[in-house]
Design a protein around this ligand. Structure first.
Ligand code: CP
Ligand code: NVA
Length: 333
C-alpha cells in the first residue's frame, strides 16, 4: 500500500522511513510498466515545476524534465545565471516568490542549507537534485536497479569504493541503513564518510538490521559484495584536488581484479555517472597527460561489462523521479 506523501519535500533520505522510500520505489516500478505499455499516467496535469540548477547536470535535469512533461506538467529551467538567488535576492525571498507561482521546485546546487530553506519558505514540495551533502533522487534509481537485477535488495551487500565522503557515498550509506541493506564504504582514511553521517547510519542500522562497515582495507571491504558502486574521484567543484585524489585513490579503482575479490559470480556494477572510464572526455585526456592512465575510478572493460547496469540505472532516474513527483505533487490519491 502506497504511503500518502502529498506535499512532502524530498531533501535528504533520513527524513523518510523505509516504508516511505519503498512506496516511491514501488510506484516507480508501476509507472515504468505503465510507460512501457502506454497506459495513461498524467498525474501532474496542468502543474508548473521550477528546476533551479546551480551545477551542471545531464541525467537529473533530463529526468525531471521528461518525467514531469510525460505526466502533463510544464517545467521551467532556471540556471545559475538566470536568477538572483543568494546574490541580489535572498533564498527565502526567492522561495516565497517561486512558491506563489509554481507547484513544486527541484534544486541542484552546493549547499544543503539552500534546498532546506527553499522547502521551508516556498510552501510547495521541494526535491533535492544533488547538493554537496546528499544525492537522494539518485538513491531511488539505484535501489530500483538493484531490485530489478536481483529481484530484491533485502539481504544484499552494497559496497561503495572511492571517495567515501562525497554526496553519493553519504546517501548510499544512510539509504542502505534505512532499507536494511548491508553497506560497506571502502575508502582511504582521509576520504571516509563524515563522522556525523557514520553515526547516523549506525544508529539507524540498529533497528533496520543492516550491517554497516567503513574500512580502508580493500579485500575486507569488497569480499561478499553483491553490488560494487563507485563515483568520480573529484565531485563538481573539487577539480583542483585532482592530483591529491589520484594519489589517494589509485589503488581503489574498480577493475576486474577488484570485482573478483567479491568472491561472487553475479556481482552488479553501478555508477551514478558521469564516469571517467576512457579518453573520450577532456577530463580523461587531462588524467592521461598528468598520470599516464586511460581511466580513473573504473576501467573501461568493467564499465562496459555484462554485469555493469549503469545505463539502466541512468534510465531509472526518470522512472523514479516520475514516481517522486507523482506521489508528492500529483493527483495520485
Ligand atoms: N547522476 C547524476 O546525477 O547525473 P547528472 O549530474 O548528469 O545529473
Ligand atoms: N559526486 C558527484 C556526483 C555526480 C552525479 C558530484 O557531486 O559531482
Amino acid at each position: 500500500m502506497l504511503k500518502d506523501l502529498s506535499q512532502k519535500s524530498f531533501l535528504k533520505e533520513v527524513d523518510f522511513t523505509k516504508n516511505e522510500l519503498e512506496s516511491i520505489i514501488e510506484l516507480s516500478e508501476e509507472l515504468k510498466f505503465k510507460e512501457r505499455h502506454q497506459l495513461p499516467h498524467r498525474y501532474l496535469n496542468g502543474k508548473h515545476l521550477a528546476l533551479l540548477f546551480e551545477k551542471q547536470s545531464t541525467r537529473t535535469r533530463s529526468a525531471f524534465t521528461v518525467a514531469a512533461t510525460k505526466m502533463g506538467a510544464h517545467v521551467s529551467y532556471l540556471g545559475k545565471n538566470d536568477l538572483q538567488l543568494g546574490k541580489k535576492e535572498s533564498v527565502q525571498d526567492t522561495a516565497v516568490v517561486l512558491g506563489s507561482m509554481f507547484d513544486g521546485i527541484a534544486f541542484r546546487g552546493f549547499e544543503q542549507k539552500t534546498v532546506e530553506e527553499l522547502a521551508q519558505y516556498s510552501n510547495v514540495p521541494v526535491w533535492n537534485g544533488l547538493t554537496n551533502e546528499w544525492h537522494p533522487t539518485q538513491m531511488l534509481a539505484d535501489f530500483l536497479t538493484i531490485k530489478e537485477h536481483f529481484g530484491t535488495y533485502e539481504g544484499k551487500t552494497v559496497t561503495f569504493i572511492g571517495d567515501g565522503r562525497n554526496n553519493v557515498a553519504h546517501s548510499l550509506l544512510v539509504t542502505s541503513a534505512i532499507l536494511g541493506v548491508n553497506v560497506h564504504i571502502v575508502s582511504p582514511k582521509s576520504l571516509q564518510p563524515d563522522e556525523e553521517v557514520q553515526k547516523m547510519a549506525l544508529s539507524i542500522s540498529k533497528t533496520s538490521g543492516s550491517e554497516v562497515v567503513v574500512t580502508d582495507n580493500i579485500q575486507e571491504g569488497i569480499y561478499s559484495s553483491d553490488v560494487i558502486y563507485t563515483d568520480v574521484w573529484c565531485s563538481m567543484g573539487e577539480e583542483d584536488q585532482l592530483e591529491k585524489r589520484f594519489e589517494l585513490l589509485k589503488d581503489y579503482q574498480v577493475n576486474q581484479h577488484l570485482i573478483n575479490l567479491t568472491g561472487k559470480n553475479n556481482t552488479l556494477f553501478l555508477h551514478c555517472l558521469p564516469a571517467i572510464h576512457d579518453l573520450n572526455t577532456e577530463m580523461g585526456q587531462l588524467c592521461f597527460e598528468k598520470f599516464g592512465v586511460t581511466c580513473m575510478e573504473v576501467t573501461d572493460d568493467v564499465f562496459k561489462s555484462d554485469y555493469s547496469k549503469v545505463f539502466q540505472q541512468a534510465e531509472n532516474r526518470m522512472h523514479t523521479i516520475k514516481a517522486l513527483l507523482a506521489i508528492t505533487c500529483g493527483e495520485l490519491f
